[in-house]
Design a binder for this molecule. Structure first.
Ligand SMILES: [Zn+2]
Length: 292
């Protein structure tokens, strides 16, 4: 059998020199409600190419990418995990679902709209495959709208599509925590994937801002202690971008000129992803929304 690209990379001495096991550990101290995390990732090309797995009590949120399984397994093997919650099907979040379920003898909970994709696995573009590896198909149960952690404290599943159809944030009202899936990432956006919907994403932010949370646990950015202000900033920045984009467009600027003015010209990331991830995907939608 031919080795897959992960095996080849693992055998490459230069790659091993620059790749790291766990990049950073996280801890948010609050007695029984403390949250622990560790960041993994093959490349550190910015916050989007590494991933933090968070744990509260014996509940793990999301699974990390498959090409980091060796290190994730080491971190989890002696940890008591009784519940695994998946925010959405993307391979950095759900890639190791089956492996963790088997290791711990549990059935993970995933959003109904993501279960089919998680169960069948899916093809990802070459660049994503290199960054994360391919997802391993997994069996899950449907995540209810309301359920509890194993200590009995409530979890509310908040469906916030836009980034992905199934994206579901986990709101813990007792602790005032929000596990935000990919709803936050950073205060301002520069790129969007071709399949992302900006209007839905902004509606999702408005929905979250009505909830009484304080701390945001973002798997890419980290622990955001002023989480509510950060999400509000993100929404404000997007609203301002939509207004500006529509105004520039009304002045007669071409789409390319509006992109340059707002977020600078398309760059390597856009080109490498063949414009699946691009500034144009964001600005085109911003112009439409700002016109309304
Ligand atoms: Zn995602």
């Amino acid at each position: 059998m031919l080795p897959d690209s992960d095996d080849i990379l693992d055998r490459c001495v230069i790659y091993r020199e620059f790749s790291m096991p766990v990049r950073k550990f996280y801890q948010y101290d609050r007695g029984d409600d403390s949250v622990y995390g560790f960041r993994v990732g093959r490349f550190n090309l910015g916050i989007n190419t590494t991933f933090i797995l968070y744990r509260i009590g014996n509940t793990l949120i999301d699974t990390g990418p498959t090409n980091q399984w060796k290190d994730i397994r080491l971190q989890l093997k002696d940890t008591d995990i009784q519940q695994l919650l998946i925010t959405h099907h993307h391979e950095d979040h759900a890639g190791n679902t089956q492996r963790i379920a088997e290791m711990k003898g549990i059935v993970p909970l995933a959003p109904a709209l993501g279960q089919a994709k998680i169960a069948s696995g899916f093809k990802t573009p070459v660049m994503q495959k290199l960054i994360w590896g391919s997802p391993v198909p997994a069996k899950t149960d449907t995540m209810p709208e309301e359920f509890t952690l194993t200590d009995g404290s409530p979890v509310i599943a908040v469906h916030t599509p836009g980034h992905a159809k199934d994206l579901t944030c986990l709101f813990l009202p007792k602790q005032k925590y929000l596990f935000s899936g990919d709803m936050y990432i950073s205060r301002s956006l520069k790129y969007m994937r071709a399949d992302e919907n900006l209007e839905q994403l902004m509606d999702g932010l408005r929905k979250l801002l009505k909830l009484d949370f304080e701390i945001v646990f973002c798997p890419h950015n980290g622990i955001v202690e002023d989480g509510k202000a950060a999400l509000q900033d993100k929404l404000n920045n997007l609203e301002a971008m939509c207004q500006k984009a529509a105004a520039y467009s009304a002045e007669g600027l071409t789409e390319e000129q509006v992109i340059e003015k707002l977020v600078g010209p398309e760059d390597m990331l856009s080109k490498l992803s063949r414009y699946n991830i691009s500034k144009g995907n964001l600005v085109r939608q911003a112009i439409e929304i700002g016109r309304k």
